[in-house]
Each structure stands twice: as C-alpha cells, then as structure tokens.
Design a protein around this ligand. Sequence first.
Ligand SMILES: Cc1cc2nc3c(=O)[nH]c(=O)nc-3n(C[C@H](O)[C@H](O)[C@H](O)COP(=O)(O)OP(=O)(O)OC[C@H]3O[C@@H](n4cnc5c(N)ncnc54)[C@H](O)[C@@H]3O)c2cc1C
Length: 479
Amino acid sequence: MWDFDVVVIGGGLLGCFAARNLCRRKLHIALLEAREDVCTGISRANTAIVYPGYDHKPGTLKAEMTVRANAGFDALCRELDVPFSRCGSLMVSYGEKADTVLKKKYENGLSMGVPGLRLLSGEEARKMEPVLAEGVTSALYAPTAGTVNPWKLGIAACENAAANGAELCLNTRVLGIRKTAEGYRIETDRETFSCRAVVNCAGLAADRVQELLFPTPVHIAPDAADYLILDRAAANKPTHIVQYEPEDGGKGLSVVPTLEGSLLLGPSERENEVDFAVSEEGLSFVCERAALVLPGLNLQDTIRSFASVRPNPQNVDGSSIGSFVIEHPGPAFWSLIGVKTPGLTCADELGRYVADRLAAELGAEENPAFDPHRTGIRRVRDLPLSQRAALVRENPDYGEILCHCEDVSKAEVLEAIRRGAVSVDGVKRRVGAGMGRCQGSRCERAVMELLAEALGVPVTAVRKDGPGSEILEGSHGKD
Ligand SMILES: Cc1cc2nc3c(=O)[nH]c(=O)nc-3n(C[C@H](O)[C@H](O)[C@H](O)COP(=O)(O)OP(=O)(O)OC[C@H]3O[C@@H](n4cnc5c(N)ncnc54)[C@H](O)[C@@H]3O)c2cc1C
C-alpha cells in the first residue's frame, strides 16, 4: 500500500494545477491518472482562450476567478516557461439584438473591473480587424484576452509539481474509494493508496468518482463540440480572437489565432453526444459560421479537425448549473465537477482554492522549499542562427530536423520522450512534431522509431494517438 497525505485523481489541467498548488505546503502528494500521459482529455481539446472575464455573473466565484486568473496569466506562464499571447479579442455583432447583448457584456465587464474594455462601432471594428465581414454593427474589444496552448500549460504544471516532490502515477485508474479512520483508501487497477485527503479532478468522470464513496447532487450531461484548424499559411487570418455573437441568439463561433500560427475555429454543439470523433454536421456548422464572419478565409486551408466533449454540470432534476461546482462531500475530500469554460483560464485559481482549503483542514504548513519555476524544452527554431550553430556543435541532434513543418529537431523529440512522452501524440503535444501542414506524414515514422528505441518495444507497438474512445470508456465507467 502506498501512503500519501493527498491523492489527486485525474491528470488534466485541474489535477495538475491542484497537485502543483498542494506542493506549496509540506504535503506528500500523489497524482493518479488513468491514461499513459497527462492532459489527454478535455484539457487537450478546447478553444484555448484565456478569457478576460466579462461573460460571467458578477459576484460569482467563476467571474471573480476569471478576472483574477487573467490578470495573473503572464506571471504564471513566465514561471512555467509556457508561451502566452495576449492578442486581445473582438466579440462581433451583425444586428440590433446582438448589439444589445454586447452592450450588456460590456457593462458587466466594467462592473467586474475587466481592464481596457471598449465597445466599438462596426467601422472601428473593421479598422482594427479588416478581415471581418462587412456589415458588422458593433464589437466588444477586450485587450486582455489571450491564448495559450492548453496541454503545454498542464504538462508544465505537472512537471513543476513532480519537481517539487509530487508522485505522478500514470496508467492508474481509480476504481474504488473507502473511508478509513485516518482518511481514505483508494483502490486502483494497480496499487492501493492510503491518504489523509482526496482531490477529485476526474473531468468527465468526476461525478462518478465522487459517487464511489459519496452521493453527488451534480451530474455531468456531456455534449460534443467540433473544431477545424487552418494552416498558418492561410490567407486573411484575423490577428485577434474573433467571437461571433449571432443575431438569432444561437450558438456563436470563436476564431483563435494560435501560438503555432494556425487558426482554430469552433466549437459546434452536439447535444447529448459523447464522442471525441468529429461529425459532418458539426464541421458544417463551423464552416457556415466562419463564412459569415470571416468570408476571406479559404476553408480548403484546413489541416486538421478534432472534437471535444463538454462536461456540462446538471442538478439531479436536469436543470443546468452555470457556475463552477466545487463539492466538499466529506472531510478532506474535494471534487471539481463539470468545470467547463473557463476552466483553462481558471485552472491555477481552482487549484489554489482547493489546495488552500485542504491545507487548512489538514493543518499543513507552508513548504519553504517550493520552487514555482520550470524550464520548458528548448526549441531550436526560436533561437537566432548563431546560437543554433553553437547548439548543433554541442549536440548534433539539434541539427537533425525531423519535423520540417514545425522545425523540430531530433534532440527536442528525445527531450520530449525523456520528459514522459510515450506516444506520437505525447511527442507532438510537447514539441509540436506533426502539428504542421503535413500533419506528421513526414516525421511520424522517425518519431515512432525514437519512441520504440526509448521504450524498448517494436515500432509496431508504438501508440500513435493519445485520446479517443478510451477516454470515454475510462471516464464513463465502462470498466
Ligand atoms: C469544448 C470545450 C472548449 C473549452 N474552451 C475553453 C477555453 O477556451 N478557455 C477556457 O478557459 N476553458 C475552456 N474549456 C474548459 C477547459 O478545457 C476545462 O475546464 C479543463 O480542460 C478541464 O480539465 P479537467 O482537468 O477537468 O479534465 P480533463 O482534462 O478531461 O482531465 C481529467 C482526467 O481525469 C482522468 N480520469 C478520469 N477518470 C479517472 C479515474 N477513475 N482514475 C484516474 N484518472 C481518471 C482522465 O483520464 C483525464 O485525464 C473548454 C472546455 C470544452 C469542453
């Protein structure tokens, strides 16, 4: 039996940040993740927006956390050595009804203290973002909105937690939880863990994990969302995040210029569907909306599509819950259930919230040895030519470029593997190999060979993909 102070269940953004913030205290922490790598669930497939905070009901925890989280995002990303772009956002409308919605959001944002918000005329909006379709009637400009690579942020938080002593237990699925005199006993498909406290961050399965021991008044009613990614070479891309507020009050669209230079468009909304596979219907919706707002985009520039699943929280009577659900069903047991947008923006805030309360319950002292800094993988393409040459002289693997679309060298792939990538997808999420225009058709074989060598398995045994149907089996208790 493995003994810990705190067991965190689920290695998505929320679990990784809960573990990292718990490391600020003198606590022995285990992070249990059912899959072979962290951040392969919702944290891998979302819109990647760091929200400014004008969208939520003033006075709610969600609203307060979003504004605070946004303000601290540069510092957080500096600590964790993760790129972050404060590109700003324009929420655009094409008619009187949507203008009124934007005005309300503007007033809401002002009352929340969201910095720099401006309500623009259509003309001003098109001056700022000339690729917008003609006829725009108003726009809500939020200069503090930004974008971050979500899985890179989660992986960085996990690496930092591990460097501060947290034990990462991958391929460890929680199957049962029992109360003991000292705390809890956690049964998994590998080891049994005993601990004084539990933080349940099991994403789509968080309601079910809580129900292993406690009843939950909140249930997750999932629905699916589809996205498209356009190549960085696509013409007429916006430089700001563009969010379309439709006149009919229906589902809008977000268009995000990513840190990789590509363009993310989505999401659609497929009610009651639990599927990480894209649907034709969902993608058509995204294309139609995109053509309305950004008519200059050529959707033939699409290099990839993907889907996600929203963990919509519902009361037992089926009514939906608008705010974050933070459950405390038993002593030193905390659950984050149904945290959807803006959970990426607030991951660190939510982690702190739970860690502070748990530390108070356990009487845990501050950990003076906690080091919040982590160094990312050195990217050869970001270096000036003179430094590249020096690096290649030091280690020739930096001179061997495997992914030509994203300029990823063999040395970077090897470093991704050293840091925990066990699949082609794991390498891609750490260093971007295979994320470019050819989507890995040129580098995949080389990456697989390096993985095979490092893992001591034949190339045919190397896994290509991270998530997929297994996430759903795991998170919806089919085992
Ligand atoms: C479509 C969509 C778009 C979004 N866009 C944005 C955005 O633009 N900005 C923003 O701020 N937020 C956004 N969000 C919200 C954000 O993505 C999520 O809040 C965040 O990723 C939540 O991560 P998580 O850790 O709860 O879940 P996950 O990343 O799914 O992690 C849960 C983990 O728990 C593991 N697990 C499950 N069961 C068990 C078990 N029994 N034992 C062990 N491990 C288990 C899973 O394998 C998984 O790895 C979006 C969400 C969705 C769905």
